[in-house]
Write a protein that binds this ligand. Structure first.
Ligand code: ASP
Length: 341
């Protein structure tokens, strides 16, 4: 069958132009110096980002929406819930795909949330930049072009939400920022990317077989969830403090396959009587164990005392999933099932 695309990803004349909506949230990709301020700040708009990449015009008609102008650590869950609602509206209105740009610091979290909250065949692509537009070798323009190529591509339909950075396509549920400064910072430990973009053409080898699909009632109040990482000799004080604070759930990033110091077990067990306590691993890849070790503070011990295994999600993503589940009023059984997927 003849390809509908030129080697640079452009659509030959005669075919209808693809429609992609770009939502910008700030971050390094939009950060420049402004008068009187030290350091770069997220000031560029969606229209500014599009203007810097004239090659986009040959790929799709891109509608610009400046949604937020923030460093990504200042984004909150309600921002992403509002973004997901707007994305669903754009796709219902006929857009072929969506691109979101934001800071890379929390990019994997926005991508994971959108993957859970947007249930549509059209690709949702999240990207950013590690080098701001004023630096030599700025990666934002190339990342934006590749992201739009993926969002507009027919072969990427059904892929869910992906992160496109450095010409790689990563599943939102697997990807994480692994380096403070490298343009190759986004990796999917243990699985690798789903595909890549070469000469403007997205090449997808795998589609994620399972995805979380959740809706949250628009009136639901945010559910605060603590994320506590444990280490050698941890005194357990932070876990004790959690019980005194208005948290509705806790995620514990335990050692190895899901192990904590024996002297913290009573605190965790009593927390688990009051709220969901999810057991994740701090290792950064692989699944939490369920049935191997028998020492006090082992995964078997903790699960028997009422903790919920995080499955293959790391602590950062487990925290978001637990927040969504709490906002939905999920039962204990629903939570167990969601984390086991
Ligand atoms: N500090 C930036 C942010 O907003 C970092 C980045 O975009 O790479 O996350």
């Amino acid at each position: 069958m003849q390809s509908q695309r030129n080697s640079d990803g452009a659509i030959p004349s005669g075919l209808p132009r693809k429609r992609v909506t770009l939502f910008t949230l700030g971050g390094t990709i939009a950060s420049v110096h402004s008068q009187g301020a030290d350091g770069v700040l997220p000031r560029l708009t969606a229209a500014d980002l599009i203007r810097a990449v004239p090659q986009l015009d040959a790929v799709a008609e891109v509608r610009a929406v400046t949604f937020r102008q923030l460093p990504s650590v200042d984004l909150r869950l309600p921002d992403v819930l509002a973004l997901a609602a707007e994305i669903r509206q754009e796709l219902a209105g006929g857009a072929d795909g969506v691109v979101v740009t934001q800071g890379t610091d929390t990019l994997e979290e926005t991508a994971f949330l959108l993957d859970c909250l947007v249930d549509h065949d059209a690709p949702v692509v999240v990207t950013g930049a590690m080098r701001n537009p004023e630096l030599p070798g700025a990666d934002g323009p190339a990342n934006l072009l590749a992201a739009v190529q993926v969002a507009a591509s027919t072969t990427c339909r059904g892929i869910g939400t992906v992160v496109v950075m450095n010409d790689e396509i990563h599943a939102a549920q697997c990807v994480k920022k692994t380096n403070t400064a490298s343009p190759a910072t986004f990796q999917s430990p243990g699985t690798g990317p789903l595909g890549w973009v070469v000469e403007g053409r997205p090449r997808v080898l795998f589609h994620p077989r399972q995805r979380w699909r959740l809706s949250v009632p628009p009136e639901a109040a945010p559910a605060p969830v603590a994320l506590v990482r444990l280490g050698l000799g941890d005194d357990g004080w932070l876990l004790q403090a959690v019980a005194e604070l208005p948290y509705q759930g806790v995620v514990v990033e335990a050692c190895g396959g899901g192990h904590v110091p024996s002297w913290t077990v009573d605190t965790l067990a009593s927390l688990a009587q009051r709220m969901p306590v999810v057991l994740a691993s701090r290792t950064g890849s692989g699944e939490v164990l369920r049935a191997t070790y028998g020492f006090p503070g082992s995964e078997r011990d903790l699960l028997a005392r009422g903790l919920v295994a995080a499955g293959r999600l790391d602590g950062v993503k487990a925290r978001l999933l637990l927040q969504l589940l709490l906002m939905r009023g999920a039962s204990r059984a629903d939570m167990e099932a969601a984390f086991q997927m």
